[in-house]
Structure formats: C-alpha cells, structure tokens
Design a protein around this ligand. Structure first.
Ligand code: AR6
Length: 168
C-alpha cells in the first residue's frame, strides 16, 4: 500500500529518495520548482540534464514523460524531471495524469521508496488547482507501485487545501 501524505512547504527541503521536478521540455531549468531545485541542488543536476539533451532527449523531454538525474546537493538520491502540460480551456487531463504515472514508473525503476511531488502544472503552466489536485490524487491512487510514500509538497494554503480536500 502506498501512503499518500501532504505537507505545506518547499520541495527542495524534503528528505526523500526522489523528488519530482515540474520541468519544461528543455530540461535546462526555469522558474518555480525547477529554478528552486537547480539552485539548491547545484550544478551536477544541470550537467546530467545537458547530457540527456545530448543523447536520449535531443528534442527535449516530451510533455507527460519523466526522466531521472542525480539530486546533487539536495537531501534526496534522485530528481525525477517531468513536463506538465500548459493549461488551456478544455485541456486534456491525460497528459497531467501521465506526469504522475510516468514519474512513479521511473521511481520504481530506481527503487525509490519515498517520492515527493509538487503540484505539477499549477504555477507557470496555469492548470486550475482544484482540477490538478483531483487528477494528481486519482492518478496516484490508481497506480500500481512499490513506492511506500507519495508526499505532495504544497507551496501555499490554496494548494494545500485543494489536495487535503481530495485526500479527504
Ligand atoms: N516547492 C514546492 N512547490 C513550489 C515551489 C517549491 N519550492 N515553488 C513553486 N511551487 P511551477 P509548472 C509551486 O511554476 O506550472 C518553470 O519555469 C507553485 O506554487 O514550478 O508545472 C519550468 O521550467 C505551483 O503550485 O511549475 C517550466 O517552464 C507548483 O509548484 C514551468 O515553470 C508548480 O509551479 C513549469 O510550470
């Protein structure tokens, strides 16, 4: 059984096996969670991201997929980078669900037992928080995984309350 937990806070402060980055296809950094992870994790993460761009992901990491790198100086073993969809009216939720599913698949491949997720796509990519929380929780509940704890790390009250409502 996978335990779903929520905390309010900064994902870069979590002690977990793997933490998930709300990245973009370039894998070369950005703002929000992505910026915070690279800042606190140091240059080793970017170095591996560059190597991925030079090999498997020459055109970038497609939306809905996930790939792991070192976690550098973070208190974790791996960062799992996933690319959420940009919200648009009538947007298809399946790509957002795929971010959670694929990140957990990568976590299983790595042997990670504790995984921290941010609310993917709810910042710069503007996905409405309530809907994003529902997709995140439903998807994780439906995945078969050896991960023992999935911890949603929510940055503000609004995000925390949306996820708390889903977890009931
Ligand atoms: N810890 C936890 N949650 C955070 C943190 C943090 N340190 N910082 C922000 N959040 P975003 P996206 C929340 O924008 O929407 C980047 O530029 C934030 O309040 O990080 O998937 C990438 O490079 C929001 O609820 O990710 C991409 O270009 C949630 O995390 C693009 O943004 C996600 O916000 C990805 O956009």
């Amino acid at each position: 059984m996978t335990a779903l937990t929520i905390v309010r806070g900064d994902i870069t402060r979590q002690q977990v096996d793997a933490l998930v980055n709300a990245a973009n296809s370039s894998l070369l950094g950005g703002g929000g969670v992505d910026g915070a992870i690279h800042r606190r994790g140091g240059p080793a993460i970017l170095e591996e991201c560059r190597a991925l761009r030079a090999s498997r992901y020459g055109r970038g990491l497609p939306t809905g997929q996930a790939v792991a790198t070192t976690a550098g100086e973070l208190d974790a073993r791996w960062v799992i980078h996933t690319v959420g969809p940009v919200w648009r009216p009538g947007g298809d939720p399946s790509l957002l669900a795929s971010c959670y599913r694929e990140s957990l698949r990568v976590a299983d491949e790595l042997g990670a037992r504790t995984v921290a997720f941010p609310a993917v796509s709810t910042g710069v990519y503007r996905w409405p928080m309530q809907d994003a929380a529902r997709i995140a929780v439903d998807t994780v509940r439906g995945v078969r995984t050896a991960v023992e704890e999935v911890r949603f790390v929510l940055f503000d009250d609004r995000a925390y309350e949306a996820f708390a409502l889903q977890l009931g």
